[in-house]
Design a protein around this ligand. Sequence first.
Ligand SMILES: NC(=O)C1=CN([C@@H]2O[C@H](COP(=O)(O)OP(=O)(O)OC[C@H]3O[C@@H](n4cnc5c(N)ncnc54)[C@H](OP(=O)(O)O)[C@@H]3O)[C@@H](O)[C@H]2O)C=CC1
Ligand SMILES: O=C(CO)COP(=O)(O)O
Length: 340
Amino acid sequence: MKIAVLGAGTWGSALTILLNNNGHELTLWTAVEKEFNELNDTRTVKNLKGVKLDDRIKLTNDISSACKDKELIVFAVASPYVRITAKKAAPFIDRKIPVVNVAKGIEEDTLMTLTEIIESEFEANNGDKGIVTVLSGPSHAEEVSVGMPTTAVVGAKSREIACMIQDAFMSERFRVYTSPDIIGIELGGSLKNVIALAAGVIDGLGLGDNAKAALITRGISEIGRLGMKLGGKLETFAGLSGIGDLIVTCCSTHSRNHNAGFLMGQGKTMEEAMAEVGQVVEGVYSAKAAGKLAHVNNIDMPIVEQMNKVLFENKKAEDALSELLLRDKKDEHSGFDWDE
Ligand SMILES: NC(=O)C1=CN([C@@H]2O[C@H](COP(=O)(O)OP(=O)(O)OC[C@H]3O[C@@H](n4cnc5c(N)ncnc54)[C@H](OP(=O)(O)O)[C@@H]3O)[C@@H](O)[C@H]2O)C=CC1
Ligand SMILES: O=C(CO)COP(=O)(O)O
């Protein structure tokens, strides 16, 4: 299969390696000229140790040749660049071929998910939204690029398209499930990044494993509340792209969100933490959007609310934590039926 991957960052490059190993014909597009030159010269990826891009992988910074005559397009640019990349690519993408978004985020101004953004840019270009799908799950690039066992789920409107993408990505070490719940998958993937920042804060403050387990559990509970209100399915939030991705992002040393939160827990500002991590920290971009979505939909998301205060209102991390612990007493779930 001829496949273009748009975005030669850590994740785009890891998936390019996976798809190339699966026998596909890969073209990897990069927007940033400096990155293109470095990749071309070294064929190594800055943040992926011990891997090289095979000579069969074509590199380009020309979006028209990247998208031309392909059978599948993978969108792997970080969330702030999805709209501009979709706009640039739209004239060159055949609307009959599937596009799979693998980035995780929500646009702050519009509160749109990334597949919705791609569809809207495609529609603005020629009136056709195309076939836009999502692939997500607990999948750190550092592990996928060296063939460590990983699972993910592909969300698409039709089973036929989902199965086609499943076949393209599936390998002995990369197991892919299918689902029709695109919105649930996308919300799980983007909202978990905000909770993972908070998990990092807990570790940075040295508050222990009990606190982190509580955060993960209460975190998936708020993700699920908002996600279901927006049309996602409970099973999705209990699945790979929900609790699965939340666990890995809150616990892995690879997680940029966790690492940025850790630095903030140790007293660094958001800006200092992001600079030190040096790669995209998506939770910072999604936090405000998550807060706005909670507000608009009248959903209680206390962790997201406190994380926004730490990120954007200079609230001390330990004060945010205390506020979460000192909230009004309540049932664990609002829907319990009591006997009395
Ligand atoms: N790293 C991981 O393990 C995983 C990451 N993801 C998600 O994938 C997305 C990308 O993350 P990742 O690759 O790790 O991030 P990186 O920080 O490694 O790379 C940043 C990405 O943003 C792109 N970019 C930067 N500037 C521009 C621009 N001006 N126009 C267009 N694109 C630009 C880069 O493109 P280029 O290199 O072409 O310049 C690159 O693809 C994120 O949403 C992340 O949440 C999902 C699962 C796993
Ligand atoms: O989404 C990811 C793993 O599934 C990557 O998370 P980080 O962006 O926190 O590294």
